[in-house]
Design a binder for this molecule. Structure first.
Ligand code: HEC
Ligand code: HEC
Length: 111
């Protein structure tokens, strides 16, 4: 499925001000995706896309969106973050004034 592939995120998350796709592709996870991605089971049923079973190295969606085991799938990419990156310094999502998160960052980070 398209959203499980890093290219789906990299069309926006690229370049000097938010280089997530470049960081990912140069990382070990990206190296493993480049070498073995054609063997990943991209078509596992929603909520069951499991590390070590369906894929070897995580993609963007493995960490930020996908469900597996007891972790539910989420379309809220803010949900699993432990920090809200802000200048001049990062803050906890609960303390972000415009949209204070209603979740506990330690619980979310564990996902
Ligand atoms: C069409 C462009 C686009 C695509 C495609 C896209 N994003 Fe984003 N993403 C954004 C923008 C813009 C923001 C910043 C939103 C904001 O700060 O209000 C963002 C923010 C985020 C954040 C940070 C949220 C936060 O609270 O700071 C994460 C994590 C994220 N995206 C993950 C992903 C993942 C994973 C994918 C692929 C499955 C993806 N994005 C695909 C445009 C995109
Ligand atoms: C191995 C798991 C993992 C993978 C793979 C991964 N991320 Fe992340 N990502 C994280 C973690 C952990 C953080 C920092 C979360 C925190 O503490 O707030 C993060 C942070 C981010 C942020 C910044 C959020 C903010 O607060 O501004 C964005 C955007 C993002 N990731 C997008 C992506 C994209 C796009 C990809 C793929 C190209 C990707 N991530 C791959 C785990 C991952």
């Amino acid at each position: 499925m398209e959203a499980r592939k890093p290219e789906a995120c990299g069309q926006c998350h690229l370049g000097p001000d938010h280089p997530q796709i470049e960081i990912y592709m140069e990382s070990k996870h990206g190296d493993i995706y480049t070498a073995f991605g054609d063997q990943y089971n991209w078509n596992a049923a929603p909520g069951t896309w499991s590390p070590g079973v369906d894929f070897r190295g995580p993609t963007c969606s493995s960490c930020h969106m996908s469900g597996a085991g007891t972790v539910l799938t989420s379309h809220d990419v803010t949900e699993r973050l432990a920090w809200e990156s802000q200048a001049p310094k990062s803050i906890r999502p609960e303390n972000f004034p415009p949209f204070p998160a209603k979740v506990n960052h330690e619980t979310e980070r564990d996902k």
